[in-house]
Design a protein around this ligand. Structure first.
Ligand SMILES: Cc1cc2nc3c(=O)[nH]c(=O)nc-3n(C[C@H](O)[C@H](O)[C@H](O)COP(=O)(O)O)c2cc1C
Length: 500
């Protein structure tokens, strides 16, 4: 199992594996340019390497190099757990979600052992316009912090939550209705890109409870952390379960934390930056346009304000920036592997015929079974699996708009193969389920919207692309194809003659 103290060690490993490149060519990160989004398009379409952008222009902190595209492939996301194969990785991720005896309580370091404390910026000196990198992607009106995990505690029970959420920064941000943000807001305010009323995440529940209790929510934002912590923060564990202890299971050893200077919250000791502050839900900030993972901009949104009271960082800090746009983009896979793990952890124990759950970068769900046709355990088994996905644990699968169930001879990572199964095994009326009353994926632009929450209610389609024995046929036409083993053997035979 891979264990990296911090994101730097992960990047050093990528370098050793030939999956990392330093870029000294000047690139422009200013809002009026589109070079970073263009770079994201280019490298993600080519399954390109992780990059360190050393020479950004139009950038408020030119001394801070910017990590780009570290998780841009399924393989690199697996490497965050010291593995390579996506299915093996997600099975291990899923297994560890319930193997509580393999979770490790975090180790607490003293202040002087923690690199994230090397430089301290006290409240009176905070000016994020000079201290925190601001980069723009595409036509986004504010710039985002996208590299940060947030630690907060349930204001009633004290239980910890760690989640990966974006934050909106106000330096040079355009206001969506033409007003302007104040200097104080540019200096030390953020808006938290999470919905809290109604809640759509565990931190949303913390904010909501704090609001009812009439107090702000204390939170700590840690930037660029150990990839196991990033992965755990993107995982929807059961409410109250500790993502740091689960990250310890993903690493095979405890993660190292240190206490915040101004809050009773512990954060990853090897983070590059730690921002300590409070969320004030009654102070709603209007922000927009933001570019979202569905590949569209929203125009205007309303999020709770966060005021930063204290900052610490490393001496020569680094930054990591990613963005959401038409998929695929860098963090698709580190966001989707946890969802695949959540669904597998739920389905596997009750439906052992489930081999793999693949969530595509567009958030289509493909479920591969080990059986098909007459070997299915009962009539309409494919439809049972569709319902099980919609009813499975975690935050996202209930919003799965498109679920396709396939047999073992279909490659769930290859949409050509999935399409072949749909075209040759599905009758659209009989083999699909349309559910008209589902929770929407909150950023789905095709679903009806509520003012406060974004997309609200959605319809869903489940496609049973298994072979319809016994439902419709006694036997099915035999498949005409060469096996992958036959192709590999012939490729070997033609080596040096036909290499492509
Ligand atoms: C790079 C990245 C950015 C994310 N940004 C957000 C966000 O802004 N808001 C949000 O609600 N979820 C976001 N997510 C998804 C959450 O991290 C994920 O649903 C996680 O399980 C939430 O933790 P929780 O279940 O403890 O609330 C993001 C995920 C990744 C990988």
């Amino acid at each position: 199992m891979g264990s990296y103290k911090d994101l730097r060690e992960f990047v050093a490993m990528l370098k050793d594996q030939g999956q990392f490149q330093e870029i000294d060519v000047p690139l422009n990160a200013a809002r009026e340019t589109n070079e970073l989004q263009t770079l994201m398009r280019y490298v993600c379409d080519q399954d390109g390497p992780a990059l360190m952008l050393n020479n950004l222009e139009g950038y408020n902190t030119p001394g801070i190099p910017m990590l780009f595209n570290p998780f841009g492939t399924r393989e690199r996301t697996s490497m965050a757990m010291g593995m390579r194969d996506p299915l093996e990785t997600k099975l291990e991720h899923a297994r560890l979600m319930t193997a509580k005896d393999e979770w490790h309580a975090p180790k607490i370091l003293s202040r002087d052992q923690a690199p994230c404390k090397e430089v301290v910026i006290e409240e009176k000196d905070i000016d994020m316009r000079k201290q925190i990198p601001h980069v723009w992607f595409g036509k986004e009106q504010p710039s985002f912090i996208t590299n940060a995990i947030t630690v907060s505690h349930d204001p009633e029970t004290g239980e910890r939550n760690v989640g990966w959420y974006r934050y909106i920064q106000f330096m040079d941000a355009e206001h969506p209705t033409g007003e302007s943000y104040t200097e104080e807001q540019e200096r030390r305010w953020l808006a938290a890109f999470f919905w809290w009323n109604p809640v759509a995440s565990h931190i949303g529940l913390h904010v909501s409870k704090a609001h009812k209790m009439g107090k702000p929510l204390e939170l700590a934002i840690a930037c660029n952390v150990d990839p196991a912590i990033h992965l755990a923060s993107g995982t929807g564990l059961n409410y109250g379960e500790d993502e740091f202890a689960y990250a310890g299971a993903l690493k095979g050893e405890p993660v190292e934390l240190v206490k915040c200077d101004t809050l009773d919250i512990e954060v990853p000791a090897h983070a590059e930056f730690v921002l300590e502050g409070k969320c004030y839900p009654e102070e709603q900030m209007l922000t927009g346009r933001h570019s979202n993972p569905v590949g569209y901009y929203d125009v205007i949104n309303q999020f709770p304000c966060v005021r930063i009271d204290h900052i610490t960082h490393r001496k020569d800090p680094q930054w990591y920036a990613t963005m959401e746009m038409v998929p695929p983009f860098d963090h698709n896979y580190i966001a989707l592997l946890p969802v695949e793990g959540e669904v597998l952890a739920d389905l596997k124990p009750k439906i052992p015929e489930v081999i793999d759950v693949v969530v595509t970068p567009n958030m289509g769900y493909i479920i591969q079974l080990s059986v098909d046709g007459a070997d299915k355990p009962h009539v309409e088994f494919g439809k049972y699996v569709i319902h099980a996905v919609w009813g499975s644990a975690g935050r996202w699968a209930r919003t799965a708009k498109w679920v396709t169930v396939v047999g073992p001879d279909v490659d769930p990572y290859d949409l050509k193969s999935v399409e072949w199964a749909v075209m040759t095994r599905v009758q659209p009326y009989s083999d699909t389920i349309i559910n008209k009353s589902a929770q929407a994926m909150v950023l789905d632009v095709s679903a009806p919207r509520s003012e406060q929450f974004g997309a609200f209610n959605s319809e869903q389609i489940g496609i049973d692309a298994t072979i319809k024995i016994p439902e419709r046929f006694k036997e099915y036409a035999p498949v005409s194809n060469a096996t992958p083993e036959e192709v590999a053997a012939l490729r070997e035979k033609l080596k040096g003659v036909l290499d492509f």
